[in-house]
Design a binder for this molecule. Structure first.
Ligand code: UD1
Ligand code: MG
Length: 484
């Protein structure tokens, strides 16, 4: 890479066609903002400096950039007077005077660091004043056209609105990505005028300026045109988002992940998958999710910022900020909320919601339960339909259950409460007091049957008639029911 490289990313424009409160470059695709993708590609070049030009909603855009890439220098362009003016603001803010300057836009999310690296290497090797990353497209409408002379040498770029009908026929377009010799750029920027159809300072005028100075310019057509495609509205956002996802999913398949249905699988750019992971249809792996080798995820599962251990199985689950141990099993229909942690070979079963709780190695919560603010020891089994009552209406409290405890069905643990190692509970227990190790807690009193209660308290109802029929052996009930 060139010894001194500065990358300038332009992001001052309004993006009005998005029709959004949110600035265009902050809209996400594959779990990163549009400008986040571009800045990641820029950083792949390991440049000396990255400068972002902000204008519209500069507080929001600036704060976002600062958080994701604290090293990026922000240059403010108060009024959007054109790309030439924007680059001038960047050069002044960064004090760039030597080396190579690469200019890109903040709204081209498919741009790869590899393409940029090739482009800059070619520019540096050719020792040009300016290089254009161009593209040959079927419909060049709206783009600046790359004009060449009879020898095929690049002469200038003409913008759509300033082009003659003949020039508009040219299908080689300016992608917007340009590489400059910094010294030339410094001398050219003050010479750009705004006497054109838009009354803007066009960065593209630098091409003709270089030619007038007798310097070398050139264009390098990009093979993968989508890499330089910009997003202007939400239709393009979805189209490029789907294409980006297609590329990410394909990359993982080539790396050894089985994806049964790429069309319904969504994987964010920062997700990491191990070898021989299997992803079943309808699965979204989002944010910084990490999945260990041999794990099987899906179908119909969404995991955001989760860590799934090797060999784990997650079926029809929704999870966020949860950690699932190796060979553990989750689902179907489980809800993993932040702080849910499941140990090695543990189980979170059907219709179970877990929040801010640790479930130990080999421990199981198999059916229909809410586990909130709990610590469950290794090898413990929680009965079906258990509620960890963690909230007293004012504060949250924790429940602690020891190792190898066996709690029965339909229990309520009223926190704060502690159940010792090897302890147990009876069915339907409401546990309000601590249970010592090895003890059995029963809280529902001995059963008492109130004879013929239904006959007295529910007289005239099908319930009472059914009871009477059973008690007397007379089939009266059927006739009475038909009459009523
Ligand atoms: C620009 C190019 C055109 C190229 C096309 C590719 C110029 C004069 N024209 O045209 O040759 O084919 O991009 O998409 O450069 N911006 C600022 N400040 C400004 C103006 C623009 O930061 O004052 C930013 C915008 O936010 C955007 C980028 O620069 O990210 C391009 O601006 P835009 O107005 O879209 O330029 P085009 O007319 O599309
Ligand atoms: Mg544009």
């Amino acid at each position: 890479m060139s010894s001194e490289l500065t990358v300038i990313v332009l992001a001052a424009g309004g993006g009005t066609r998005m029709k959004s409160k949110t600035m265009k470059v902050l809209h996400p695709l594959a779990g990163r903002s549009m400008i986040g993708h571009v800045l990641a590609a820029a950083h792949a070049l390991e440049p000396q400096q990255v400068v972002a030009v902000v204008g519209h909603q500069r507080e929001a855009v600036g704060a976002h950039i600062h958080q994701a890439f604290p090293d990026v220098v922000l240059a403010v362009q108060e009024d959007q007077l054109g790309t030439g003016h924007a680059v001038r603001m960047a050069v002044e803010a960064a004090g760039t005077s030597a080396g190579t300057v690469l200019v890109a836009y903040g709204d081209t999310p498919l741009l790869s660091g590899e393409s940029l690296r090739e482009f800059v290497a070619e520019h540096d090797a050719a020792e040009r004043a300016v290089s254009i990353l161009s593209g040959i497209v079927a419909d060049p409408f709206g783009y600046g056209r790359v004009l060449r002379n009879d020898e095929g040498d690049v002469e200038s770029i003409v913008e759509e609105k300033d082009a003659t009908r003949e020039q508009r026929e040219v299908r080689e377009i300016n992608s917007g990505i340009l590489a400059f010799d910094a010294a030339f750029l410094g001398s050219a920027l003050p010479r750009i005028g705004n006497d054109n159809a838009k009354g803007e300072y066009y960065l593209t005028d630098t091409i003709a300026i270089a030619r007038e100075d007798g310097l070398t310019v050139g264009a390098h057509p990009v093979d993968d045109v989508m890499q330089t495609e910009g997003v202007n509205d939400r239709v393009q956002l979805a189209r490029l988002g789907a294409e980006l996802n297609r590329r990410i999913v394909e990359g993982w398949m080539r790396a050894g992940v089985t994806v049964m249905d790429p069309a319904t699988t969504w994987i964010d750019a920062d997700v990491v998958l191990g070898g021989d992971v299997t992803i079943l249809p309808g699965t979204q792996l989002l944010g910084a999710t990490v999945v260990g080798e041999d794990a099987v995820i899906g179908p119909d599962t969404t995991l955001k910022d989760c860590e799934i251990g090797p060999g784990a199985r997650v079926v029809r689950a929704h999870g966020e900020l949860a950690v699932i141990g190796a060979e553990a099993s989750v689902g179907p229909f489980s809800y993993l909320r932040p702080g849910a942690t499941l140990g090695v070979k543990g189980k979170i079963g059907a219709f179970v919601e877990v929040k801010n709780s640790t479930i130990g190695e080999g421990a199981k919560v198999p059916h229909l339960s809410y586990v909130g603010d709990a610590d469950i020891g290794e090898g413990t089994n929680i009965g079906a339909g258990t509620i960890f009552a963690n909230y007293d209406g004012v504060e949250k409290h924790r429940t602690r259950i020891g190792r190898h405890a066996k709690t029965a069905s339909n229990n309520t643990f009223v926190a704060p409460v502690e159940i010792g190692d090897g302890a147990g509970t009876g069915a339907g227990a409401v546990v309000r007091r601590d249970v010592p190790p090895g003890a059995l807690a029963v809280s529902s009193g001995p059963q008492r049957n109130i004879d013929e209660w239904a006959l007295r308290k529910r007289a005239g109802t099908p319930q009472a008639r059914a009871a009477e029929e059973a008690l007397t052996g007379r089939p009266d009930a059927e006739r009475d029911v038909a009459e009523s």
